[in-house]
Design a protein around this ligand. Structure first.
Ligand code: GLP
Length: 641
């Protein structure tokens, strides 16, 4: 056992450092790599790095590039071996890992090209075995890997070692798991285009590196990380074999760490400071575990379940139960914009002003609708001035088939001989592009714009269902998105000032946003950071002092009950309105059949989440509603009001 481990970390079998943000984590990892490279260079030795792809290491590579440019970090003495490559993709394919590495790192630093090794995706099938052995030999010949950088897939894979990979597995050809292919579908514009096979270093190959650094960001990695770090070692989660390595460390951000025991149930691993938020978490999770309403919890329920210290601090279960019950009760409101002329001392939203200016930010069309369509409907119904801002057009998410259909419609219209010939020409050009496009060709600027129109039209139609005034539905088309592509977004000051200008114009009493726990390189994650920065700069504006900021949950993960600070109930009729609104985003329906245990469509997921939240409130002993949308106040600096 690791003696440097604290009591709180006792369940963790991989040393884990948790950082407030991925930026903080990559700075630490990059600095350690730079130190190693410099020390070894001084001794005229090479540094052999094992590298990974995916969104996770992108920021690390950016930091290394910055150090190369600004701090003279040289890669002349660095030799690299990449973990894996899709089988069947040529190195210049836009989605090949070789291409990814060129764009994200290699072409920006002074690494000699002969020092770079990425498995060749074009090795013919009969030669793969010999090729993989040769790859391993080259690693040995280089002196073995000094450090291997790793991400983790949602199946628990490292490299492409899918569930079923043993700890002794070596570099080889593997077939890709369904969930992995689904996760890659966005990059490949459809699951059908994702290669079925890959060449990957084995778990055994990885374990031979002298040092391992596992990186992970965002709440979508939280549960698999918990299994890999705290669970038993098992082939069903290949990352769990990292526990065997004497020098493996994970570097993760707070959302990714949220399922670890020390964050999930900290009272079970040491003394805790019983802050009100932690008390609520403990009581709610006790009630949920014992399947009892809060008001029926007894003293012995607390003391027999590791919560004796909480009882000591709070006196008796009787007063504690009532306190938490009331807290939960006070989060429920049908008046998300505040209830006029009512006592608001126990309501989440102040009564005044009775008519509020509300600013809702949606990273892409559909995000706000999934998270809070019912609440939007109520806010409009209660007469508030609601402005819905789509930060990006979401045009990258429109499949060609949808564009083809819309072009078909336009063609019908332009058949008219009096139609504008210029317009006809443009439509024809779009039609030709879509018809002749190969799956991996980039869209022209015109086609991308057109796909944006499709999403905007869908968004407007869905807003009409909610009763929103379309003159208050704004498409900001932030430059980071419109000029970027997945994994290559570069947010800038321009994005921040567009958001800031809008806030100054509206001077809202309420702001709604999302993305706090998202992968920081996703559209949602980037949008959240931009909003955070923009709102931080508005901090001293008069309106900002009285503005409440609410965060709605992402479709993939509803807020846990103890974190909810406002729950807006939806009647059966309101839930139908929400679903009607969501159905208008037809270009976003899933392109692939359902996976077991996963609701395939995002609107099914949203409906499910909203129903589950209502059931959880009900089981805790509160009123039984059909469904509920949930919000929490922001705790982020700059957003914390
Ligand atoms: C792919 C790669 C892995 C990577 C994983 C997670 O499957 N082969 O090496 O760790 O994706 O990707 P991301 O970092 O984008 O979440």
């Amino acid at each position: 056992m690791d003696t440097s481990q604290t009591e709180a970390e006792q369940y963790e079998h991989i040393r884990t450092r948790v950082f407030p943000s991925s930026d903080d984590a990559v700075r630490v990892v990059a600095a350690a790599l730079a130190r190693l490279i410099r020390d070894r260079s001084q001794e005229r030795l090479n540094t052999v790095l094992g590298l990974a792809t995916g969104s996770t290491p992108v920021k690390l590579y950016r930091e290394l590039i910055r150090m190369h440019r600004e701090e003279g970090l040289s890669f002349q003495n660095v030799v690299t071996f990449n973990l894996d490559e899709y089988h069947g993709l040529p190195p210049n394919h836009p989605e090949s890992y070789r291409h990814f590495m060129e764009v994200q790192l290699f072409k920006h630093v002074d690494i000699p090209s002969e020092n770079i090794h990425v498995p060749d995706g074009l090795v013919p099938r009969p030669e793969v075995y010999a090729y993989c052995q040769e790859y391993e030999r080259k690693i040995r010949e280089a002196g073995g890997l000094d450090v291997q950088i790793l991400g983790i897939g949602r199946t628990g894979h490292i490299g492409f070692n899918e569930p079923g990979s043993g700890p002794d597995s070596r570099t080889r050809l593997v077939s890709l798991d369904r969930l992995t292919r689904r996760d890659a579908a966005r990059d490949f514009r459809g699951e059908a285009n994702v290669p079925g096979y890959a060449i990957t270093m084995g778990v055994g190959t990885i374990l031979q590196a002298r040092e391992l650094a596992l990186l992970a960001w965002g709440e979508s990695k939280a549960s698999i990380l918990r299994a890999a770090i705290e669970g038993p070692q098992s082939e069903s989660i290949p990352a769990s074999f990292l526990q065997r390595h004497p020098n493996c460390q994970s570097y993760i951000d707070e959302p990714a760490a949220s399922e670890l025991t020390r964050f999930r149930v900290p009272w079970k691993v040491g003394t805790v400071d019983w802050k009100p938020s932690l008390v609520r978490k403990a009581v709610v999770s006790l009630a949920a575990d014992l399947k009892k309403p809060v008001l029926r919890l007894r003293d012995e329920d607390y003391s027999e379940n590791g919560l004796a210290s909480l009882l000591m601090e709070t006196g008796s279960s009787y007063s504690l139960n009532i306190r938490i019950f009331n807290e939960l009760q006070h989060t429920i409101t049908g008046w998300p914009g505040g209830k006029p002329n009512a006592d608001d001392s126990n309501r989440p939203v102040p009564a005044n002003p009775a008519h509020k200016r509300v600013l809702v930010f949606s990273p892409e069309p559909l995000d706000a609708e999934l998270g809070m369509a019912g609440t939007l409907h109520r806010l409009v119904g209660h007469g508030h001035e609601v402005t819905l801002v789509y930060l990006t057009s979401g045009n990258l998410g429109v499949p060609d088939s949808e564009a083809r259909m819309a072009i078909g419609l336009l063609n019908e219209l332009s058949e008219n001989p009096e139609g504008d010939p210029q317009r006809r020409k443009r439509i024809r050009a779009l039609a030709e592009e879509v018809d002749n496009k190969k799956p991996f060709d980039e869209d022209s600027a015109d086609l991308r714009k057109f796909k944006g129109f499709i999403r905007k039209a869908e968004a407007r139609a869905s807003c009409q269902v909610l009763g929103l005034d379309l003159s208050r539905v704004i498409f900001l088309d932030l430059p980071f998105y419109e000029t970027g592509r997945y994994r290559q977004f570069r947010p800038s000051e321009e994005d921040v000032s567009a958001i800031r200008a809008l806030c100054e114009l509206i001077q809202p009493h309420q702001i709604y946003l999302t993305g706090s726990g998202a992968d920081p390189s996703s559209v949602s994650g980037i949008s959240f950071q931009l909003l955070r920065t923009a709102l931080e700069t508005c901090r001293n504006d008069a309106w900002s002092g009285r503005c409440q900021t609410w965060i709605y949950a992402a479709a993939e993960r509803p807020w846990p009950i103890h974190e909810i600070e406002m729950a807006v109930p939806l009647s059966p009729a309101e839930l139908s309105v929400k679903l009607d609104c969501l159905y208008h985003h037809r270009s976003q329906r899933s392109q692939t059949p359902f996976l077991e245990n996963q609701s395939g469509e995002s609107w099914q997921q949203a409906e499910h989440n909203n129903r589950v939240t209502a059931q959880q409130y009900d089981r805790l002993g509160l009123a039984e509603y059909e469904a509920m949308e949930s919000f929490r106040r922001s705790r982020e600096p700059g957003l914390a009001r």
